[in-house]
Design a binder for this molecule. Sequence first.
Ligand SMILES: Nc1ncnc2c1ncn2[C@@H]1O[C@H](COP(=O)(O)OP(=O)(O)O)[C@@H](O)[C@H]1O
Ligand SMILES: [Mg+2]
Length: 259
Amino acid sequence: MALLEIKDLHVALNDGTEIVRGIDLIVRPGEVHAIMGPNGSGKSTLAYALMGHPSYEISGGDVLLDGESLLPLGADERAQKGLFLAFQYPYAVPGVTVSSFLRSAMNALRKARAGGTDDPIPIPEFRKDLTAAMEHLKVPRELLGRYLNDGFSGGEKKRIEILQMALLRPQIAVLDETDSGLDIDALKTIAGGISDLVGPEMGAIVITHYQRILNYIHPDFVHVFAAGRFVAEGDAELAKKLESEGYDAYLPEGIPGDG
Ligand SMILES: Nc1ncnc2c1ncn2[C@@H]1O[C@H](COP(=O)(O)OP(=O)(O)O)[C@@H](O)[C@H]1O
Ligand SMILES: [Mg+2]
């Protein structure tokens, strides 16, 4: 079923500065919600808070998955429940190859789903799933043996994020500026890969500054996010309007938009 409900969510930095200032959102299976807003409006803060990043404090409201609050859970437990975040700036992990990272991530999920008992994916099955996903997302094989994100280009990092998503098959995917750093061919491939995964099994929140990724992932809803709040909501047409008119009309007076 996988219904994500965000209720009057407030998120503060560790110094108490409130960045997200009351967000309500419901994401159902098969729905794509685009969150669009200027740089610095708090989009990544919202994404990190949903995933349970310790640098961000929930100062009000709740986040529920299938009626159960995620707030008491750590990031790993949220992932086990079916939440996935593709980072705007993926971390490098020198010493851990892409291949072993992906297998560990899959095995951690399988273990949690088996009630805490190890249930590692058989290697032939892992190779088969991995090869299929890599061909679909056009991920070069040579990346598998390299250390995760270590010296990767922006586009390579984004491909690995989505490859991971394709293998983990989350119920709710939060994609933070997955379009940034991609050339147009990579954008088409990756956005197409994301679109293929959206359906009865997965809903998505697509966070973006630019409309162009939404040409390849059709949003059911577009939410304009400025200074920590949704200030307008609509359908795909709203995204096109933003592309031509910018965000200025939605900014509170005195807060200049840089996009
Ligand atoms: N870990 C952090 N430490 C200090 N300031 C932060 C941190 N995370 C976010 N901020 C601040 O919060 C605001 C919103 O940032 P962010 O959520 O990254 O916006 P967006 O993703 O919309 O560009 C910015 O002013 C940013 O500097
Ligand atoms: Mg951001």
